[in-house]
Design a protein around this ligand. Structure first.
Ligand code: FES
Length: 164
């Protein structure tokens, strides 16, 4: 079986029950994506599929063949950090760093949702959805990504700085 991950075709022989998260970590050595709860509650395993964020622990790898998968390893280019990664550095958007790969992928996916005008629970009743979300909306949109260190202020400031 094969997948397109970070722009490269990757192959692995896996059991059909293998999650996308385990494919990445256990079979392809892409260990940037983290396993936290392994049941869709923490967001540590967030990756992008065709630009949309998903929890890799809840996804069967076989369902994502021939889709474009991006992990944290694929966000930057060459020696350059992705703008969201750079913003996390500049705004102290992490403490221990375990949740950071998921936060980064989720932030990139969220930016795409904003560009497409996808409403959140906070904005759903608003007539005009602004591409730059309020602090509350940003926190709501990122609520699927938990940070046990509580570095939420830095995370929100980092993401907001990339959307301004
Ligand atoms: Fe997937 Fe927690 S490890 S959501």
């Amino acid at each position: 079986m094969q997948w397109i991950i970070n722009g490269l075709v990757r192959e692995a022989d896996i059991d059909f029950r293998t999650s996308l998260l385990d494919l990445l970590r256990e079979h392809l050595e892409l260990t940037g994506t983290k396993k936290g709860c392994n049941q869709g509650a923490c967001g540590a395993c967030t990756v992008l599929v065709d630009g949309e964020r998903i929890n890799a622990c809840l996804a069967l790898a076989v369902q994502y063949q021939d889709r474009s998968i991006t992990t944290v390893e694929g966000l930057g280019h060459d020696d350059e950090l992705h703008p969201v990664q750079q913003a996390f550095v500049e705004h102290d958007g992490f403490q221990c760093g375990y949740c950071t790969p998921g936060q980064l992928c989720s932030a990139v996916g969220m930016a795409g949702e904003l560009k497409r005008g996808m409403p959140s629970a906070v904005t759903v009743d608003l007539v005009n959805t602004d591409i730059v979300p309020s602090h509350d909306e940003l926190r709501e949109r990122m609520s699927g990504n938990l940070c046990r260190c509580g570095a939420y202020n830095g995370i929100a400031a980092a993401i907001a700085s990339t959307l301004a």
